[in-house]
Design a protein around this ligand. Structure first.
Ligand code: BGC
Ligand code: NOJ
Length: 799
C-alpha cells in the first residue's frame, strides 16, 4: 500500500494521506539554520547544533506521536482545523504534503477554505520562512480566525527536558508589533535570541503556554483557539511560546498570503541591547524585512531551487528504470546532503542530544557529497582530523558548535582512524586538490600540536599496525564499525552503557577481520597516494604491511567457506561454523571481499556465495546468522537485541552496499543489482504499510527474517546507508569513478540495464557518458579511463 507518490519532474514526494505509518519527514536548511518537519507539520528548529541551540521544543517518543511543531489553526465558525491535519485531526476535504529539496509544502482544505503552507530556510539566512496562502474557494464571503503556534525551547535541549526547578522560572519574551521575541537567559551569558513574526497586523498574541493551551489541554484543543481569541499573555517563567492571532476575511475566490518568519540572532556583547532590558532588534528586523512580501519570498525560494538544480546536476542518469533514476538523480543525493549537515544528530530517531558529528560517520558520508560541495568537504575533513590524537586514535565524535571532540558516546573504536584515509582519498580523487595534504592540523585541537594532514593519514595508518593482536590481525578496541560487537566489555550491570563503560583491554586477544579488510582497502589507497606524492619508501612500507595483513587474513581469518568475523577476548573464533549462534557475519564478508583477500583461492566469491546462502532474505541481507537468542557477555550489546533487530541479524542497510560493491568487483552484476533493489527505498514504496518509514530515503535498519515483522524499517535518514548506497550505485553499478587523473568507467550491470547515459561534472568539465551493454556481459574486460577535459564531451562505452 502506498501513501503518496513520487513527482520526479518536481523532485518531490507527494503524500496524499496524512495517516502515514510513521511521521514522514523532511529537512529544511542546508547551512546553519535547520528545521525538521513532518508531513503533518510536526518538528523543530535549531541553529547549527541540535543540542546546544535548540530554538523550538519537541517531545520525543510522545503520546500521541509527533506532537509539537509549526502549527496553524484555522477557526471557521465552530470548526477548527489545521492545514497539516494535526494536531486537531479534523477530517479535511483535501490534504497533500509535498516534500521537496529543502522545502515542504503542506496544503489542507476544509469547508471552502484552502490553506497552503510553504516552509523553507532561504540560503544564507538564519530563519525559516513560512508562507501561508489562504483561499476562499466558495462563492460566499468567509471570515476565519487564524492562529500560529510554536513553543520555544530553552536553548540547551538536554537541560530543557530535565531541569524544571530552574526552567519554570527563567522564560522571558518581548512583544514588538507583530513579532514575538524569545530572550530567555539573554541578560546573562547568552548572546542569542529567537523571534517569530508575521508581515501583517495581528489581532492578538499569546506567549504563555498555559494561557494559550490551557493547563490540561493538548495541542489539539487550545483554549485560545476554542475561544477565538488570544489573551495577549506575556510569559514570565513557565513555558514561553509564540502564537499570533489574525482575523482574516476572504471575498469569494479571494486569496491572501501571509509570511511568517522564525529567526535566530546572535549579537556581540556591546550590541546586545537597544536599551536596558530591551533586546537589540535591528538584526531581526533586517531579516523580517527581507521576507516581508510574497514577491521577496518567491525570489528566495527560486534561489533555493536554483541551488539544488546546480547540486543535482553534477551527477545524473537516464536509464529508463524510473526507480533507479529517481534514487540516483534526486533522493539518494539529497539524503547524502542531509547526512553531511546532520551526521547522526537530529532525526525522528536521533534526539539531537545524544550524538554530535561522528568521526567514522562523517568520513564515510564524504563519498556521498564530495562531488556536490567539495569546499565544504575540505573543511569537514580538516575539522575531523583536528580531533585525532597523536597516536592516530580518535574521539568518536565532536560537537559541531565547538568542533571539539568528546567521549560522550565512547572512544577507542579501532576502525576510526582508517576512515580518515577513506574520506581524504575520496576528496583527492574528486578534486585533485593535493594542497589539502599540506594543511596544518592540530591533534585534539591543541594549539602547537599542528602537523600536516598527510601526517594525520600516516598516524591513522600506523594506528592499526601499532595495535595488532596475536594473529597479526587488528585489535578491535572498544568495537569496530559494529558498535555493538563489544568484545572487551563484559558488562553485567544494566545501568552501564555498552558504548562508554570501561573496557577490559589488558591482555585482550580480540581481533577484527572487518578492520583487517578495511585496512587492506584503505592501506592500498594510502600506498598509492604516497607513490603519487613521490614518497617511495613510505609507499613500499605501506604496501608491505597490506600484503602481510592479507596473508594474516588468509591464514587466520578464513573459516573454510567464509571469512571469520573476529577473535574474542580469549582468542576464540567469532563468526565461525564452530559457533552455535553468529556463525557468519556480513561485515567481514563485505570488507575482505572488497579487498579481494585470497582471490587466487577464490575466497571472495565463496564468501559472497555464503552471504547469499546464509544471510540473504526477502528484504535484504541480514547482519549475522543464526541470530543470538541469549545474552553472550563476551560479545556485548549485539546479543542484547531481540533476534532480527539492529545489529543482531537485522538488515543493516549500511553494510549491504559493501556486499553490492564486492559483487560488482567480482563482476556479478545480477547479484549486485538484486541486492541493491531489495533495500532501495523506491522499491519499498509499494509496501509502505510494512516498511513504515519514508519511501524516499534509506533507513539504517530493516527488521530481518528472525524478527516479528520482517521488512519493517527503522532509523530513517541519518545513516551511512545513504553515502554507501550512493557510492555503490554511482561508482560500482553505473560505474563512473573519479580518479586522480581520469574519470574511470567501470560498470557492473544486470541484464535489465541495456543502456544508460550518465552526465557527470568532474574537475570543471561535463562528461556525457553513454554505456551500452551490447554483449550483455555487464562488465568491461578493462575499465575505460576518460582523460581530463574542458567543456562538455560525449563518450560512448560499449560492453
Ligand atoms: C546501536 C548502534 C549505535 C550505538 C551508538 C547502539 O545501541 O545499536 O547502532 O551505533 O548504539 O549509539
Ligand atoms: C550506527 C553508527 O552511527 C555507525 O557508526 C555504526 O557503525 C553502526 N551503528 C553499526 O553499529
Amino acid at each position: 500500500m502506498k501513501f503518496g507518490h513520487f513527482d520526479d519532474a518536481n523532485r518531490e514526494y507527494v503524500i496524499t494521506n496524512p495517516r502515514t505509518p510513521w511521521p514522514w519527514i523532511n529537512y529544511l536548511g542546508c547551512e546553519e539554520f535547520f528545521s525538521l518537519v513532518s508531513n503533518t507539520a510536526g518538528g523543530y528548529s535549531f541553529y547549527k547544533d541540535a543540542k546546544f541551540r535548540r530554538i523550538t521544543r519537541y517531545r520525543y517518543n510522545g503520546v500521541p506521536m509527533d506532537a509539537g511543531g509549526m502549527y496553524f489553526y484555522i477557526k471557521d465558525g465552530a470548526t477548527v482545523w489545521n492545514p497539516g491535519w494535526k494536531p486537531c485531526k479534523t477530517e479535511l476535504d483535501f490534504y497533500e504534503c509535498r516534500h521537496g529539496m529543502g522545502y515542504t509544502r503542506i496544503t489542507g482544505a476544509k469547508d471552502g477554505v484552502s490553506a497552503s503552507l510553504l516552509m523553507f530556510v532561504p540560503l544564507k539566512t538564519h530563519a525559516e520562512v513560512l508562507k501561508l496562502t489562504l483561499r476562499n474557494t466558495t462563492k460566499k464571503a468567509k471570515r476565519v480566525k487564524l492562529f500560529s503556534f510554536v513553543e520555544w525551547c530553552l536553548w540547551n535541549a538536554s537541560t530543557d527536558m530535565e531541569n524544571f526547578q530552574r526552567n519554570f522560572s527563567t522564560g522571558e519574551v518581548e512583544i514588538d508589533g507583530s513579532t514575538i521575541y524569545h530572550k530567555t537567559e539573554y541578560k546573562e551569558r547568552r548572546n542569542h535570541y529567537a523571534f517569530y513574526g508575521v508581515n501583517a497586523k495581528i489581532d492578538g498574541f499569546d506567549t504563555d503556554r498555559e494561557t494559550f493551551l490551557g493547563l490540561y489541554n493538548g495541542f489539539d484543543d487550545p483554549d485560545a483557539v476554542r475561544a477565538g481569541k488570544c489573551a495577549n499573555s506575556v510569559a514570565h517563567g513557565w513555558s514561553p511560546i509564540a502564537a499570533h492571532q489574525l482575523d482574516v476575511s476572504l471575498r469569494p475566490g479571494e486569496s491572501k498570503e501571509l509570511v511568517f518568519t522564525l529567526g535566530y540572532v546572535e549579537l556581540p556583547e556591546a550590541e546586545k541591547w537597544q536599551r536596558k532590558g530591551v533586546v537589540n532588534k535591528k538584526p531581526a528586523k533586517a531579516i523580517l524585512k527581507r521576507f516581508d512580501t510574497s514577491a521577496k519570498v518567491d525570489r528566495a525560494f527560486a534561489q533555493l531551487k536554483a541551488y539544488w538544480d546546480d547540486l543535482l546536476s553534477r551527477y545524473s542518469v537516464k536509464s529508463g528504470n524510473e526507480r533507479l533514476d529517481r534514487m540516483v538523480n534526486v533522493w539518494n543525493q539529497y539524503q547524502c546532503m542531509v547526512t553531511f549537515n546532520m551526521s547522526r544528530s537530529a532525526s525522528f530517531f536521533e534526539s539531537g542530544i545524544g550524538r554530535g558529528m561522528g568521526f567514522r560517520d562523517s568520513n564515510q558520508d564524504l563519498v556521498g557529497f564530495v562531488h556536490q560541495i567539495p569546499d565544504r568537504a575540505r573543511e569537514r575533513i580538516l575539522d575531523i582530523a583536528a580531533t585525532q590524537f597523536p597516536d592516530g586514535g580518535c574521539y568518536h565524535q565532536y560537537q559541531p558548535l565547538t568542533k571539539r571532540g568528546n567521549n560522550d558516546i565512547g572512544g577507542g573504536f579501532n576502525d576510526d582512524p582508517m576512515w580518515l584515509i577513506f574520506g581524504t582519498v575520496a576528496y583527492l580523487k574528486e578534486t585533485g586538490d593535493f594542497s589539502i595534504l599540506e594543511e596544518k592540523v592540530p591533534f585534539d585541537n591543541k594549539k602547537g600540536s599542528e602537523v600536516t594532514l598527510f601526517e594525520h593519514l600516516k598516524v591513522s595508518f600506523d594506528h592499526v599496525l601499532n595495535n595488532l593482536g596475536p594473529h597479526k590481525l587488528p585489535l578491535i578496541g572498544r568495537a569496530d564499525w559494529n558498535d555493538c560487537l563489544n568484545l572487551n566489555c563484559f558488562s553485567h550491570d544494566p545501568n552501564e552503557s555498552f558504548q562508554t563503560t570501561e573496557n577490559k583491554t589488558k591482555g585482550s586477544k580480540a581481533e577484527s577481520l572487518m578492520i583487517a579488510g578495511l585496512f587492506c582497502v584503505c592501506g592500498r589507497d594510502y600506498a598509492e597516494l604516497c607513490a603519487r606524492l613521490g614518497r617511495k619508501a613510505e609507499s613500499a612500507r605501506a604496501a608491505k604491511a597490506v600484503a602481510a595483513m592479507e596473508k594474516a587474513v588468509e591464514k587466520h581469518g578464513w573459516d573454510g567457506e567464509w571469512y571469520l568475523r573476529a577473535y574474542d577476548f580469549f582468542g576464540r573464533k567469532v563468526g565461525s561454523k564452530e559457533n552455535d549462534e553468529g556463525k557468519i557475519f556480513i561485515e567481514s564478508q563485505g570488507w575482505c571481499a572488497m579487498a579481494e583477500i585470497g582471490k587466487a583461492k577464490g575466497m571472495p566469491e565463496m564468501a559472497l556465495d555464503a552471504t547469499k546462502k546464509h544471510l540473504e532474505c526477502a528484504h535484504g541481507i541480514v547482519l549475522n546468522q543464526p541470530a543470538f537468542t541469549k545474552y553472550v557477555v563476551e560479545y556485548g550489546e549485539i546479543s542484547t537485541y531481540p533476534a532480527g533487530y539492529k545489529e543482531n541479524a537485522g538488515i543493516f542497510c549500511h553494510n549491504n552496499p559493501w556486499i553490492i560493491i564486492a559483487e560488482a568487483i567480482a563482476g556479478r552484476g545480477e547479484d549486485a543489482f538484486a541486492h541493491w533493489a531489495k533495500i532501495a527505498p523506491s522499491y519499498t514504496e509499494d509496501r509502505s504499510e510494512l516498511h513504515k518509514v519514508e519511501p524516499y530515503v534509506y533507513c539504517q535498519m530493516v527488521a530481518g527474517r528472525d524478527a516479528a515483522k520482517p521488512g519493517e524499517g527503522k532509523n530513517s535518514w541519518l545513516t551511512g546507508t545513504a553515502a554507501w548506497n550512493w557510492y555503490a550505485v554511482s561508482e560500482y553499478i553505473l560505474g563512473i569513478k573519479p580518479d586522480y587523473d581520469a574519470l574511470v568507467v567501470d560498470p557492473c550491470l544486470p541484464k535489465s540495464l541495456g543502456r544508460y547515459t550518465v552526465t557527470r561534472r568532474f574537475r570543471g568539465a561535463t562528461y556525457e557518458i553513454t554505456v551500452v551493454n551490447k554483449s550483455g556481459r555487464g562488465k568491461l574486460a578493462k575499465p575505460v579511463r576518460l582523460p581530463l577535459i574542458n567543456g562538455t564531451r560525449k563518450f560512448v562505452v560499449e560492453i
